[in-house]
Design a protein around this ligand. Structure first.
Ligand SMILES: Nc1ncnc2c1ncn2[C@@H]1O[C@H](COP(=O)(O)OP(=O)(O)OP(=O)(O)O)[C@@H](O)[C@H]1O
Length: 264
């Protein structure tokens, strides 16, 4: 489906310019930049070791960049700490799922919501009226989000007891709970079977249609090409192509570096 991508600067959610990162002797990223617009699904692909996760870690404050600049919804931001990035408006999921295993599904989503609440620690200790009202509202919202991702029935189960596919959905619900400007999904389809992938695709599409903006790292090329409005291809830390899936798929450097390998 062709989508009209608006061209105004105010529609830019994330703008990253000239980002580089070196680990010792290895240049993991060289001068990489992307611009993601509101309601886009933006794919970041490339062979193993291309630098995708490093790029995610830089925009979400896990690593610090050697150079480059970052803008979120028109404001410069310094991705220097994970919680600052979450507050600024980027929520992410992880390649290796990171949930609070002993907490229930509902509690995991409530944790995501807490960064947007006001009562804070004092309210929690004193259990003030406003704290209790706020907690009730958070629980209601968390339940809605579980319903949204299709696992409302699992609200009271501990996260560790959920199936792999459901844990990935739970991570997405937790990310949505922070009301992010941008949701960054790190290989959400990893380890999923064909049915789960289809459901995931529907979910990601629905999230976008609800006016969210998504950045996706994914090894499943079919999923990326079918879902994304725009794709950037990395190889050995360099951006070798960017554009619509149709354009990128035809790019000779991409075919040589990635699609032609047959390994994905
Ligand atoms: N903390 C680190 N210390 C040293 N080297 C690192 C570190 N993180 C990543 N690298 C190296 O940087 C390069 C890019 O890795 P990265 O994980 O970003 O690639 P990727 O595209 O996400 O790969 P994959 O598809 O396998 O997840 C690799 O050569 C990797 O070994």
């Amino acid at each position: 489906m062709e989508r009209n991508i608006p061209d105004s600067a105010s529609d830019v959610v994330l703008k990253v310019v000239g980002v580089s990162k070196r680990f010792g002797g290895l240049q993991a990223l060289s001068d990489v930049g992307i611009t993601i617009r509101r309601s886009q699904i933006y794919g970041l692909i490339g062979p193993n070791g291309a630098g995708k996760t490093t790029f995610f870690n830089l925009i979400t404050g896990l690593y610090s960049a050697d150079s480059g600049s970052f803008e979120l919804a028109g404001k410069a931001y310094e991705p220097s700490a994970v919680h600052e990035v979450a507050k600024a408006g980027i929520a992410r999921t992880f390649q290796n799922i990171r949930l609070f295993a002993e907490m229930t599904a509902l509690e995991n989503v409530m944790v995501g919501r807490h960064i947007r609440t006001r009562s804070g620690l004092i309210g929690a200790v004193l259990r003030t009226r406003s704290f209790k009202d706020e907690e009730a509202a958070i629980a209601r919202r968390a339940q809605e989000l579980l319903d949204y991702v299709g696992i409302a029935r699992l609200a009271d189960y501990k996260a560790r007891t959920l199936s792999y596919g459901d844990q990935r959905r739970l991570e997405i619900a937790r990310a949505l709970a922070t009301d992010p400007q941008l949701i960054a999904l790190d290989e959400p389809a990893a380890g999923m079977n064909a049915t789960e992938k289809l459901q995931l695709r529907e979910l990601i599409d629905r999230i976008r249609n609800d006016n969210r903006t998504i950045l996706l790292i994914e090894h499943d090329v079919k999923l990326v090409m079918g879902l994304c409005d725009c794709v950037t291809v990395l190889d050995y830390g360099k951006q070798i192509a960017a554009g619509t899936p149709a354009t990128v798929q035809k790019d000779e450097q991409v075919i040589a570096a990635y699609l032609g390998t047959g390994g994905h």
